[in-house]
Design a protein around this ligand. Structure first.
Ligand SMILES: [Zn+2]
Ligand SMILES: [Zn+2]
Length: 315
């Protein structure tokens, strides 16, 4: 096998997955309309999310007026812990794609880091992300730039989904995760945990730690990961011919700890590594390797998509 040769994904990758929409039950809403911008109006705005995002952005703008080096370095460490370890490793590769398994206490701590990122509950994040892979850049994709670049970057987040819609989404897309008691615990507690983390930061270091450690850190991490939904479906190069607009974009890969190699990921979603060429730096995969080395991660799907292995079945 030649490690230099990246192959096109198998036909299996290139087909859209069958639409779970077909399995509609009595009383269910049409699932793919949940993210249709044509249904977005004042009545469907999620005011809690809009209020939270506004608060975070205002706090981030105020942060430079309360600059301290300690709070700044604390922000960088917490950005790495919540964005790379929590979201990229935990919510994305571990929960959504099952690219690896984690032993306790890493399993709990990694998921907790995801919760503290402020990107929603593990179940909601994973369900939405699985819809994205099932419908990438087609009707039903929650955040495709086909509906506008600002829609894919941020506006889609402001669409309200009631409990019935959420339950339906979980039933269809995360039945495996619904059996996990730890995730059900976080589903109930992620909101209070976020507020508690803000109070803890303020108690620890006053306004500089609240503004840098929470507001600026979340603002920075939000846009880093949102660029994966927007920029890497617009700009960059492609290693694989996939049925979507996914691209590899170096600056998003740096900001989002490897997730910017998004065309690689769409072609081979199950693989733990997102960087497929030697220079495609993937900080999250290096963290997975460290966890594997110390025995906290196992059954890591670390296959390389080269030669015959390019046809590995990614489900
Ligand atoms: Zn994508
Ligand atoms: Zn993914």
């Amino acid at each position: 096998m030649s490690p230099q040769t990246l192959q096109a994904p198998s036909r299996k990758h290139r087909r859209l997955k069958p639409a779970p929409q077909q399995q509609i039950e009595k009383g269910d809403v049409p699932l793919y309309d949940l993210y249709d911008p044509r249904h977005f109006n004042l009545k469907s705005v999620d005011w809690v999310v809009l209020g939270w995002m506004s608060m975070i952005h205002i706090g981030a703008l105020a942060a430079p007026f309360y600059f301290t080096w300690q709070a700044f370095v604390g922000m960088l460490v917490m950005h790495w812990a919540t964005c790379s370890i929590g979201i990229c490793l935990g919510y994305h590769r571990f929960l959504s794609h099952k690219s690896l398994k984690l032993r306790q206490p890493a399993r709990f701590l990694v998921t907790l880091c995801g919760v503290l990122s402020g990107e929603g509950s593990p179940l909601m994040w994973s369900a939405t992300h699985r819809v994205h892979h099932a419908r990438s850049d087609h009707h039903g994709d929650p955040h495709t730039p086909n509906d506008g670049s600002w829609w894919s970057h941020i506006i889609w987040l402001f669409m309200n989904h009631d409990k019935k819609c959420r339950d339906q989404l979980y039933r269809r897309y995360t039945p495996d995760l619904l059996k996990d008691r730890m995730l059900l615990f976080f589903e109930k507690t992620y909101g209070p945990m976020l507020f508690a983390s803000g109070i803890a930061l303020y108690a620890f270091g006053g306004l500089p730690w609240l503004l840098w450690g929470l507001c600026f850190r979340m603002f920075f991490a939000y846009h880093s990961t949102w660029f994966v939904n927007s920029a890497t479906h617009i700009w960059g190069y492609r290693n694989y011919d996939t049925d979507d607009r996914s691209r590899n974009l170096w600056w998003v890969a740096l900001l989002a700890y490897g997730e910017g190699w998004h065309n690689n990921h769409h072609a081979h979603p199950r693989l733990a590594r997102a960087g497929h060429k030697w220079w495609e730096i993937d900080m999250t995969f290096y963290a997975i390797r460290v966890l594997q080395f110390v025995g906290l991660a196992y059954e890591v799907d670390d296959r390389k998509p080269v030669g015959r292995a390019a046809a590995v079945a990614d489900e």
